[in-house]
Design a protein around this ligand. Structure first.
Ligand SMILES: Nc1ncnc2c1ncn2[C@@H]1O[C@H](COP(=O)(O)OP(=O)(O)O)[C@@H](O)[C@H]1O
Ligand SMILES: CC(=O)N[C@@H](CCC(=O)OP(=O)(O)O)C(=O)O
Length: 279
């Protein structure tokens, strides 16, 4: 697959590669994350590991839309985004959720700065191909990784809300898994960790259900075909597949309630599901 990454905007070595990782945190698990999760992040930061956080917030967006009496609907995992929906998406993601994560990191002694993809034009986006059907949903065209490297160099972890912007100033709602995968690719990190509410990609039924320790791209395609991977897991695996074609060599899907999950994955422990490059 051809890389669309602007080489001039990739990070200088000190904040890319082995010491920097992207962590995507889903709305399914955010509220339930214990303080120890944020302490783990802080300890990694203090050891000189650089976390870059991209977050979701789908359930909170849906809750606020419901309170306001605005109907919401998903098409293939993407929220139909009218101008009214977009207002709420931005308010919830760039406001409540983003600032809530920053405060939780700070409350355990970590340093974080919250940004939306609009800030500094961090996430440049264009309408998705089925714009007529889903409205203001965006695909990422570029990530200004120099902004993230600047924040990291100041000693803060960036916390990014997945709102995109184009050159005309139009805002876009971007699926958080898609945004995280694009940030990982553009930063050129080795690893992306996707934190969610299940222990990984599960296969089988009932008591036979088990977590797959590793999956290949072909196995993922087969499981989407059979319906074993569905709903919110689809954008995760799609984002993983598209970012492991670049510099990212593995994407790990884990449960946020697993103790010290981030440092354990970074330490090489086998946890969750690893999606790995075959070559
Ligand atoms: N094969 C699978 N293994 C595990 N979870 C799956 C699978 N297929 C679909 N899912 C669903 O994906 C959900 C995680 O996606 P989502 O709810 O969007 O989380 P997040 O808010 O973290 O992005 C799980 O709770 C589960 O219902
Ligand atoms: C286009 C689109 O669907 N955007 C998502 C953005 C939030 C998100 O992705 O949050 P989770 O990671 O919690 O699912 C939405 O509106 O819900």
């Amino acid at each position: 697959m051809k890389s669309t990454i602007d080489q001039e905007d990739t990070l200088p070595v000190q904040t890319s590669g082995a010491d920097t990782f992207v962590m995507k945190c889903g709305g399914s698990t955010l509220a339930a994350l214990p303080d120890s999760f944020f302490e783990d992040l802080k300890e990694l930061q203090q050891k000189g590991v650089h976390p870059v956080i991209v977050h979701g917030g789908g359930p909170a967006i849906s809750g606020n839309l419901e309170k306001l009496g605005i109907e919401t609907e998903f098409v293939n995992g993407l929220r139909k985004t009218t101008e009214d929906v977009l207002d709420v998406v931005e308010m919830v993601l760039a406001g409540t959720i983003n600032k809530g994560i920053v405060r939780r990191i700070q409350s355990v002694g970590g340093s974080a700065i919250g940004l939306s993809g609009s800030d500094g034009g961090l996430i440049e986006a264009k309408p998705v191909t089925n714009h007529a059907e889903v409205g203001w949903v965006g695909d990422v065209t570029k990530v200004k990784s120099s902004i993230l490297s600047g924040v990291l160099k100041m000693g803060y972890m960036p916390v990014v809300a997945p709102i995109g912007v184009d050159s005309s100033g139009q805002r876009y709602n971007i699926n958080a898994d898609t945004a995280a995968g694009a940030v990982a690719s553009h930063l050129g990190v080795k690893r992306m960790i996707v934190v969610t509410d299940v222990p990984g990609i599960m296969k089988g039924t009932g008591g036979e259900k088990r977590v797959l320790p590793t999956v290949t791209v072909q196995e993922i395609e087969d499981m989407i075909g059979t319906g074993e991977i569905y709903g919110g897991m689809i954008p995760k695996v799609r984002a993983a597949i598209s970012c492991i074609h670049g510099k990212v060599s593995e994407v790990v899907i884990v449960n946020g309630s697993e103790p010290n999950v981030l440092s354990r994955v970074l330490g090489g422990e086998v946890l969750g599901t690893r999606i790995v490059r075959m070559s």
